[in-house]
Design a protein around this ligand. Structure first.
Ligand SMILES: [Zn+2]
Length: 339
């Protein structure tokens, strides 16, 4: 039912009637100074640039991103992460139509494609950096390694998971198998999950991937140009699959890495892949971290909602300009739950 509703909404979002309705709603959009929209991007790139890396991490092509930023610059007030901290902790008011733009994982294409567009429109941006990855040539995210192993596989092989043996004989079922394996990996305790990924990649003879996370030199240049860099753990584990002490070591370790390597950061954090628990939120409230971002979809009422569970709107390959415009409407708080 949810998929059916989503597909219906996707189709209708491209009709002229829907677009006229959008324009009307945008014009009457509220003047609330309590509502904060936060966008999540991962990669801005073309699939062909790095065909072995998982294309699902591409939020938009450079052209689509430029189109999205043009619309946002015209219709919204893009604020900085410091503005959000000031609103939450120093009672400063947000402007109406506030929007924060965030990028997870610090992929190199941020510097190549996203930042030039953001600079053109003078839009501030925040990048969440997994600090164990910059300048580590052999490091790659596990989801990219898993994808690379599957698409380069000798098709006579099989993939063994906890439930089944999956023949890897047709290209069509690779995507399905990738998502099934990914879901299974995410359900395991972190250590075991990483061991399983290594076993799969070894068994399938997966290639050594190029590390496409920005290096510290590039990150320092961006910080000098005004990009806000904040922690995203060191090794990007799912924190709800780690014990509390290790989770806090990952969080505070990445905060310290940024202080040491960049010199300037903010006490703000983003949960990798949205992995969070009540216990972790309570621990963060007692730490120097003042605000944390989830992958939970939605808009935020900053005076009411927990600053440790901020919701975001993920921009993905299927996010057309109309869908993005609809999700940003203040009236879309209900609609956001459906995507
Ligand atoms: Zn991430």
């Amino acid at each position: 039912m949810k998929t059916f509703t989503k597909n219906m909404l996707k189709k209708s979002a491209e009709t002229s009637v829907f677009k006229r309705g959008l324009s009307l709603l945008e014009k009457m959009n509220d003047r609330s100074t309590d509502l904060l929209r936060i966008l999540t991007y991962h990669r801005i790139d073309y699939h062909d640039s790095h065909p072995d890396h998982h294309p699902g991490m591409i939020s938009a092509t450079p052209e689509q991103f430029a189109q999205q930023m043009k619309m946002i610059a015209q219709k919204y007030q893009v604020i900085s992460l410091q503005d959000v901290l000031d609103a939450i902790h120093n009672q400063k008011q947000l402007p109406a139509k506030s929007l924060l733009i965030t990028f997870d994982d610090a992929y190199q294409d941020f510097a190549k494609y996203a930042w030039p567009v953001l600079k053109e429109y003078s839009l501030p941006a925040t990048v969440f950096v997994p600090t164990g990855f910059p300048d580590q040539p052999d490091a790659s995210f596990w989801w990219d390694r898993l994808y690379a192993a599957l698409i380069n596989v000798d098709r006579s092989k099989q993939l063994e998971t906890v439930h089944h043996l999956h023949p890897l004989s047709t290209k069509n079922n690779l995507s399905e198998i990738y998502w099934m394996a990914r879901k299974w990996i995410k359900s395991l305790p972190h250590q075991e999950a990483m061991e399983r990924v290594n076993q799969i990649c070894e068994k399938l003879d997966g290639p050594q991937l190029e590390n496409i996370v920005m290096g510290w030199g590039e990150l320092r240049n961006l910080a000098r140009e005004g990009v806000t860099l904040v922690p995203h753990t060191r090794t990007h584990p799912l924190l709800n699959q780690l014990d509390l002490k290790s989770a806090m070591d990952e969080i505070l370790g990445s905060l310290n890495d940024l202080k040491e390597k960049i010199g300037e950061t903010l006490p703000v954090f983003c949960y990798p892949a949205g992995g969070v628990s009540d216990e972790l939120v309570r621990e963060l409230e007692r730490s120097e971290i003042q605000m944390a971002f989830t992958t939970q979809r939605g808009l935020n009422c900053i005076q009411k909602d927990s600053p440790y569970l901020l919701r975001r709107i993920n921009v993905g390959g299927n996010t057309t300009l109309s869908i993005l415009r609809a999700q940003l409407l203040s009236q879309s708080r209900l609609l956001n739950r459906l995507w």
